[in-house]
Each structure stands twice: as structure tokens, then as C-alpha cells.
Write a protein that binds this ligand. Structure first.
Ligand code: TLP
Length: 340
């Protein structure tokens, strides 16, 4: 039985065409700034996001943390939506590395301008200063939800009025672009720094990019060095990233359609599915979670549990519409087995 792997969109393997692009990449030592393919990727990313400059980094986590380093001082408070990746899945980095607290605001990952204003403490020597607002778009553990553009702009304006810096964790920014038709540069406009990942829905094996103005990216570059993230002939990886930007953006719509297909199918099987998926994630709940997980394992289906009784399935480049039908057939068997 073929394994169906929907644990994450990080599990994709490079396509043959991407491998060809990697093999042909011109490279140089990027620590000397001499890798033409890295330089091309950075120029391309900056232009796409409407920013002056960009820096290739090994991971989304490093992009987020290097950005936070430039926006904070120890003791600061960073605001983020609930279940933010920077808080829950980056190894405690904001406090361990930079000595900053993350305070969550809003509900389920999304928030509005009032939430931002309410969260900022008074300007008082006894109170930790709130200096940054981070936004995750799409929001992973809210189920790949897209921030409403108006709400995002209002929240960003409120943060700016209060003197905060702004960072966007756009690990899946291009899913938001394809789902809404709003350009990457419009999504990125309010922010000082923006991280987006090449290694998620875009299907590259490794890498993320941080974009911002030239001074910001110089500071992020220092932080990348501090974190050990300077790479040498990284053009091999950047070539995959360029190929992904050329060929794998529009097709994210297929992943979104597959996520909707999966959600509908699971609902038809009597499974409690979160409201209609906006991008490539389907969150659902089952009562007999242990039996359900055993059933998945027995049928070579990989889907991650993310909380007791709650699962996250992610569609991606290596999952076709036929795979979704196949998956629903296997899940149907599990449901019938549990009921009998
Ligand atoms: N997300 C991974 C896991 O770490 C949970 C996944 O499978 O979804 N921001 C967001 C919103 C992310 O979802 C992720 C990865 C990152 C940052 C970090 O990217 P990497 O893994 O490249 O450090």
C-alpha cells in the first residue's frame, strides 16, 4: 500500500525538474557574497515582496529568530497570535536566545487592532516594554487560516501608532497570496521584516528568505551569522528556491482544492472537521483517537495529532486528487472498524 503522507507540506521531495535546476546551478562562496544563484534568489524575493533587500536563511525558524533579534532588546514583550509558531515550535528561542517574552493576543491565532492596543502596557519603569507585533499568515495552528487584509492593516497601524516594530512569519505567505489574490507585496507592506519559506508548500528541500529594508537586512545578516546560518555554495539550494517561485506558486491552488475535497470527504464520514479550509490544512477531531491513530498507521497514512483527539492533515505537491480519494477510502474503513 502506498504511503500517504499528510503530516506537513514540509515532506515534499524535489521534482525531477527541480533536481535539474539544482544540478545546473552556478555557485560561489556566499559568505563572500559571491554565489550568483543566492544573489538572484535574494533579489527576486525582495522584488516580489516589495522590499529593498532579502537574505537567504536555512530555515523559517532562523528567519523568524534572526528578525526578532533585530527588533528587540532583552526584557521586551513580543505580541503574537495564540499558538504562534515562534512561541510554540521554535524551541523556546525568543526567551532562550533574546531574553524576550511572547504574549499571545486575540483568539485562535487571529486578532484585531483593539487586541493589540489592549495588550500594550503603560510606559512605566516597572513594566516590561512591548516592542514588537508578529503576525503569522497563513496561521498554521488556526488551520492554515488567512488573516483578513483589513484586520491585518488595522492591527499593524495600531502597533505602529504605539511605536512597535512589526514582523511577519509568512512561512506560508504564498498560500495566502493564492487563496486571496492579494499580492505578496501587499501582504508584506506593513512589516519591517518578513520571513517566507521555500521548503513548505513551494516544495523546495531547504530554505527560507527574510525580506526588509537594506538596514534591516544588514542587521538580520549579522544575526544569521550569530546563529551559525551563514552557508557557502548555497546556490544549490537557492536554485531550488528560484525554481519553486517560477513553477510552484500558482499550483498551490491545487493543494487548497485538495484540502477542501478532504474536508468534505471527512465530514461525509461523520468526522468533526473545522470550518471550510482556506488553504492547505484540514483540522479535525475524532472521539476514539487512539484507535483512529492505530487505523491510520495500519493503512500507511501519516497524519499528525496536534492535541488530544485533534489531527492536522496538510495537502502538498506530492498529494494528488486521486490520493485524497484513496485516503478517504482508507479513513472510511477505519471509521467503520471503530463503529463496529
Ligand atoms: N512548521 C512545521 C512545524 O514546525 C510545526 C509544520 O510542519 O507546519 N513558521 C510557521 C508558521 C511554520 O509552520 C513553520 C514550520 C515555521 C515557521 C518554521 O519553519 P522551519 O521548519 O523551516 O524552521
Amino acid at each position: 500500500m502506498r504511503t500517504l503522507d499528510l503530516r506537513s507540506d514540509t515532506v515534499t521531495r524535489p521534482t525531477d525538474a527541480m533536481r535539474e535546476a539544482i544540478a545546473k546551478a552556478e555557485v560561489g562562496d556566499d559568505v563572500y557574497g559571491e554565489d550568483p544563484t543566492v544573489n538572484a534568489l535574494q533579489a527576486r524575493a525582495a522584488a516580489l515582496l516589495g522590499k529593498e533587500a532579502a537574505l537567504f536563511v536555512p530555515s523559517g525558524s532562523m528567519g523568524n529568530q534572526a528578525s526578532l533579534r533585530t527588533l528587540t532588546r532583552p526584557g521586551d514583550v513580543v505580541l503574537a497570535g495564540e499558538h504562534a509558531h515562534i512561541l510554540r515550535y521554535e524551541g523556546g528561542a525568543p526567551s532562550a536566545l533574546w531574553g524576550v517574552h511572547v504574549k499571545t493576543i486575540g483568539d485562535g491565532g487571529l486578532f484585531d487592532a483593539d487586541d493589540v492596543r489592549r495588550a500594550i502596557g503603560p510606559d512605566d519603569a516597572h513594566v516590561a516594554p512591548t516592542t514588537v507585533l508578529t503576525v503569522e499568515n497563513t496561521h498554521n495552528f488556526a488551520g492554515g487560516r488567512v488573516f483578513a487584509l483589513d484586520a491585518l492593516r488595522e492591527a499593524a497601524n495600531a502597533a505602529r501608532d504605539c511605536g512597535l516594530g512589526l514582523h511577519l512569519d509568512g512561512a506560508r505567505l504564498f498560500n495566502a497570496v493564492v487563496a486571496t489574490g492579494v499580492s505578496a507585496s501587499d501582504w508584506a507592506a506593513p512589516f519591517d521584516s518578513v520571513t517566507f519559506c521555500l521548503s513548505k508548500g513551494l516544495g523546495a528541500p531547504v530554505g527560507s528568505v527574510v525580506c526588509g529594508d537594506a538596514a534591516r537586512i544588514r542587521a538580520v545578516h549579522r544575526a544569521r551569522k550569530l546563529l551559525g546560518g551563514a552557508m557557502r555554495q548555497a546556490g544549490l539550494l537557492a536554485a531550488a528556491g528560484l525554481h519553486a517561485l517560477d513553477h510552484h506558486v500558482e499550483r498551490l491552488a491545487d493543494d487548497h482544492a485538495n484540502a477542501r475535497r478532504l474536508a468534505d470527504g471527512l465530514t461525509a464520514l461523520g468526522i468533526r472537521v473545522d470550518p471550510a479550509p482556506e488553504t492547505n490544512m484540514v483540522m479535525f477531531e475524532v472521539d476514539s483517537a487512539a484507535a483512529f491513530a492505530r487505523g491510520l498507521a495500519a493503512r500507511s497514512v501519516l497524519i499528525n495529532p496536534i492535541a488530544p483527539g485533534r489531527f492536522r492533515a496538510v495537502t502538498h505537491l506530492d498529494v494528488t486528487a486521486e490520493d485524497i480519494e484513496d485516503l478517504l477510502g482508507r479513513v472510511g474503513e477505519i471509521v467503520r472498524e471503530i463503529r463496529s
